[in-house]
Design a protein around this ligand. Sequence first.
Ligand code: RTP
Ligand code: MG
Length: 138
Amino acid sequence: MSQRTFSIIKPDAVKAGNTAAILAEIQKAGFKIVAIKRMSISLAQAEGFYHVHSARPFFGELTQFMSSGPIFPMVLEKDNAIADFRKLMGATNPAQAEEGTLRKLFAASIGENAVHGSDAEDTAAFEIGYFFAGIELK
Ligand code: RTP
Ligand code: MG
């Protein structure tokens, strides 16, 4: 069944000039790009987005990194989009990511790992609504 997920091209990948190459891989894998924009977020906005990780030791590093430069948040659609996009991204740590995955191809470290992808239906709904208004999601 057709499903939507939320993704971000993170600051490291934007800075490295990999945005177009990542979008090409996403489209090659069968995802429709429903909405996308380029923006920068404040530290407080990054903290709100990653609130589920607020007790983790890497929270400060993660939110500083995510607010360090331009990102491309986007909404993607396909059958089984949430699980299939997690597969396309690969493991959180690029050293453990499988060949051909976005993190194997484009990520340098566990902290700066090129892309974000929602991990469940409820987080996808929260994350889409955090970045996009309903009128942008037709
Ligand atoms: P994401 O949420 O960005 O799609 O990544 P994920 O599900 O694969 O990983 P998650 O456990 O949700 O962690 C969120 C992000 O926090 C950073 N992280 N750093 N230094 C560390 O040990 C560490 N662990 C996680 C990563 O950027 C990860 O993507
Ligand atoms: Mg996650």
